[in-house]
Design a protein around this ligand. Structure first.
Ligand code: URP
Ligand code: ZN
Ligand code: ZN
Length: 458
């Protein structure tokens, strides 16, 4: 299978130029101003369009047993949604319960994705317990191609770990060269605040915010910084939502902690009023919660100046029926705001078209940084000879609106319903084969490959 993309405006994290791109056997083999006289199975006219490296979502949940239920997408529906929206690789969190064996969880999650996903994928290994047996499994899992861990400082009694386990996990990570991604919220503070609010009869979704205010997240980040400083482990704060939490990460970085920060498209465009004023707001309950609007400018600036490295989704789809589990008690609302499909278009619209971020930094934060941090670069996140031919021919002149009626995600609502988008992928390729075209999935379920990664964070 060969593919020729003609006359596109190629944009990577560090370059922008007009060129033709020729791909054979799943990789990019030539990038030149004019490539003629080649026989290509498929030729795509990219004049007037951008050509971006395939976007990478470094934080998704697809198979997710959580809060007494399961997230709604399968790897088929999620990968379809990802591809239509320009995401060609995702990194899913393996989240075992504390009594499950890490190796069995790794095999379970891998088995769910292999043969089903249409896009390439890999995993962060959840460290949801730590003992000698688990440690043996973690070492083996790293040998089998995962080079990042995930820990939760929140969700006490579910995925959350103790400080003793945190210290052991970071110590092992440092030894193995594995980066540790972390959900940072102080679990005990959350529990105490939840109890207090419920005892006052404050049961609606709007009180979720007050059970996890910015200071609770900032304390979590501060805690992680202390442990990272003590162990030398490289860490990454997932779904960083607010100025206070970001400030703790920046302070950590300034004193030499190896820390990188992720934020989400939800925090850039939605604020805490989206979880009000009635139970419909449950659709927009996630953790950390949506914040006061003033944080949005802070996070946009941080993406532009490099304080924040990546823009992800933390895709975790629960339908409205599932959200109703928390009808009388906000602590029982399954947490998550799905956005795997819409991240790139919303980010392009509000970031690039909205003059908040330049187009190269857009590519960097939505693709290249994740590839670099998580051991995928330059196979992914790049347009180079030898890179996988994961390409997004992007039409900046498209105009449309987001709606649950037309989205691919397996969900009965969209938190961005009615949001306008200015731009969308015209063609999306996965290793040289067209997988999405103009909002339609045309790929193959099961073609996605498990991406093995080498540790690099020593
Ligand atoms: O609300 C969220 N973020 N749901 C998914 C689980 C997690 O904490 O990442
Ligand atoms: Zn989380
Ligand atoms: Zn998550």
């Amino acid at each position: 299978m060969s593919l020729l993309i003609k006359n596109g405006e190629v944009v990577t994290a560090d370059e922008q130029y007009t060129a033709d791109i020729f791909c054979e056997n799943e990789t990019i083999t030539r990038i030149e101003r004019n490539i003629d006289k080649v026989k290509a199975d498929e030729v795509i006219d990219a004049k007037g369009k951008y050509v971006f490296p395939g976007f990478i979502d470094p934080h998704v949940h697809i198979y997710l047993p959580f809060m007494g239920t399961f997230a709604k997408d399968t790897h088929e529906t999620a990968s379809r949604a990802a591809l239509v929206g320009g995401t060609t690789t995702f990194i899913e969190m393996i989240c075992p319960a504390r009594n499950e064996k890490p190796m069995e969880a790794f095999e379970l999650w891998l088995g769910k994705a292999e043969g089903k996903s249409a896009c390439d994928f890999t995993f962060h290994m959840g460290v949801t317990r730590y003992d000698a047996e688990a440690e043996r499994d973690f070492k083996e899992i790293v040998k089998r191609g995962l080079s990042s861990f995930k820990i939760f400082l929140a969700y006490k009694g579910a995925f959350g770990i103790t400080d003793e386990e945190l210290y052991a996990a970071l110590t092992l990570a440092k030894k193995l060269g594995v980066i540790v991604t972390a959900h940072c919220e102080n679990a005990d503070l959350v529990l105490e605040l939840q109890k207090k609010l419920l005892s006052e009869g404050k049961t609606g979704p709007e009180f979720h915010y007050w059970s996890r205010p910015p200071v609770v997240e900032a304390e979590g980040v501060h805690h992680l910084m202390t442990f990272a400083e003590m162990t030398g482990a490289h860490v990454y704060t997932v779904h960083t939502s607010c100025e206070e939490a970001l400030a703790e990460a920046i302070r950590g970085k300034q004193r030499g902690v190896n820390v990188w920060v992720e934020t989400l498209i939800q925090y850039l465009l939605l604020d805490r009023t989206s979880a009000e004023p009635n139970f419909e707001g449950a659709k927009n309950v996630m953790s950390p919660p949506l914040r006061d609007k003033k944080n949005q400018e802070v996070m946009w600036k941080a993406l532009a100046d490099g304080s924040v490295s990546t823009l992800a989704t933390d895709h975790a789809p629960f339908d409205f029926e599932q959200k109703k589990m928390g009808k009388d008690d906000f602590t029982k609302i399954p947490n998550g705001i799905p956005s795997l499909e819409d991240r790139v278009n919303l980010y392009f619209t509000h970031g690039v078209k909205g003059n908040k971020i330049d187009v190269q930094r857009f590519v960097d934060t939505a693709s290249t940084q994740a590839a670099k941090l998580f051991g995928l670069f330059p196979r992914k996140g790049a347009i180079k000879v030898g890179s996988d031919a994961d390409l997004v021919v992007y039409d900046p002149n498209y105009r449309g609106k987001i709606s649950a009626k037309t989205h691919q995600m397996n969900l009965d609502y969209n938190s961005f319903e009615g949001f306008e988008i200015q731009g969308r992928p015209h063609v999306v390729t996965v290793r040289g084969k067209v997988a999405a075209r103009d909002g339609k999935f045309v790929g193959e379920a099961g073609r996605g490959q498990f991406l093995k990664r080498e540790p690099s964070h020593f």
